[in-house]
Design a protein around this ligand. Structure first.
Ligand SMILES: Cc1ncc(COP(=O)(O)O)c(C=O)c1O
Length: 388
């Protein structure tokens, strides 16, 4: 946060924060001064760098993570008459994107308090004759049970799309999240591990899919303004009805700087999450889901989520932390609890999601959080849970 933003902020410990410095500002200024602002060389460089980082064959940068999901679902062929399985404990973007393809979201349950990710057994139970795809989420940056989900997908001939918005740099069995399914989608919203403001990217190993994604991103046009500007093309055809979901050069320039910092950012987050875990897990009835990283499953530690004791009123805990100017949040109110989604999709019992929805609480987590801030959060939370 800049000093100006800090002065304006009511929070002593905001939920998320961006480290702003000259390198970022210079990257923006240099791009502005280049005179080329719409999708061009920096976007191409960002795509290459992100694909290399993930170990993916192709990366297609887009306007935001929701656009990434929308294009991925369309590119794998989701449409009217299809059902797509997605966890209800999730940001609403994937469900909305499913609806915008014309398909129907089928909301699924999570494993339980220790594992807030999609339950493969409930995925199996949700599969029907119209199921086309599963959109998995690596909740909070912890890779979900891809082995078991892949097994269900393979048996029923389903496509797996990864919502890896929380998980850049997370890995399972040494493979990066985003490259575990047929196609992976990332978000670069301001609160993400790789913050750009707005932005997203789709990664895939499938060349035909990548080509379709590129076309869908830019109106189905066969060449870009940039291609014509640099003399690589003089005209274009339109081969499908696509969108304008392009990323611009300024954001790509920010993305390149942020990508160079991602490993360091994730390591700092891991250290802070470890301190939260050490001080909170099992204390005063609190639990920190997921457990520590190991060689097989490495989290990107996007969110620090605690599960409060059943008897504790979450709003009062949030109020107590708020009085100390510590910002908290809830990730997420389940999708099936929202007005629109009460009448969309099938009504399935989501017992674990319902049982945990009122108990989950997200604490501040970002690489530049100071030791004092972390201690203040821990002390305030333990105090609130003891007294409320
Ligand atoms: C899990 C998840 N999926 C998708 C998105 C959508 O990304 P965006 O805000 O970039 O559209 C977000 C974040 O905002 C998210 O947290």
């Amino acid at each position: 946060m800049s000093e100006d933003a800090a002065v304006e902020s009511r929070w002593r410990v905001p939920l998320s924060d961006i480290a702003v410095d000259d390198e970022l500002a210079d990257a923006v200024l240099e791009t502005v001064r280049s005179g080329w602002w719409s999708m061009g060389p920096r976007v191409e460089e960002f795509e290459r760098a992100f694909a290399d980082f993930c170990g993916a064959e192709h990366a297609i940068a887009v306007a935001n993570g929701t656009a990434a999901l929308h294009l991925a679902l369309l590119a794998v062929g989701c449409g009217p008459g299809d059902e797509v399985i997605v966890p209800s404990l999730n940001f609403v973007a994937a469900a909305n994107a499913i609806v915008h393809t014309g398909a129907e979201p089928v909301l699924c349950d999570i494993v339980g308090p220790g594992e807030l990710n999609l339950d493969p057994a409930d995925v199996e139970a949700a599969v029907g004759p119209r199921t086309k795809a599963i959109v998995v989420l690596h909740y909070a940056g912890f890779p979900c049970a891809m082995d078991a989900i892949d097994e269900v997908a393979e048996r029923h001939g389903l496509v797996v799309v990864e919502d890896a918005a929380h998980a850049p740099g997370a890995s399972l069995h040494g493979r990066m999240c985003g490259t575990l399914g047929r196609v992976g989608c990332f978000s670069f919203f301001s609160n993400k591990n790789l913050p750009v403001g707005e932005g997203g990217i789709v990664v895939t190993a499938d060349e035909q899919l990548a080509e379709r994604l590129r076309l869908l991103r830019s109106h189905g046009m066969t060449t870009l303004t940039w291609d014509r500007h640099r003399g690589h093309a003089s005209g274009y055809d339109v081969v499908l009805a696509g969108f304008n979901y392009r990323l611009d050069e300024v954001r790509a320039a920010v993305g390149l700087v942020q990508l160079s910092r991602l490993i360091e950012e994730n390591e700092a987050r891991a250290r802070i999450a470890g301190r939260y875990r050490g001080a909170l897990d099992g204390v005063e009835g609190l639990t920190m889901p997921f457990g520590d990283d190991d060689n097989e499953r490495v989290s990107s530690h996007h969110l620090a989520v605690v599960v409060l004791p059943e008897a504790v009123d979450r709003d009062r805990v949030r109020g107590a932390l708020g009085e100390r100017r510590i910002q908290t949040s809830v990730h997420y109110p389940p999708i099936h609890s929202f007005t629109h989604y009460r009448s969309v999709g099938q009504r399935r019992p989501l017992r674990q999601t319902d049982a945990l929805a009122t108990r989950i609480l997200t604490l501040p987590l970002y690489g530049s959080l100071s030791d004092e801030q972390v201690e203040a959060v821990i002390e305030a939370l333990l105090g609130a849970v003891q007294t409320l």
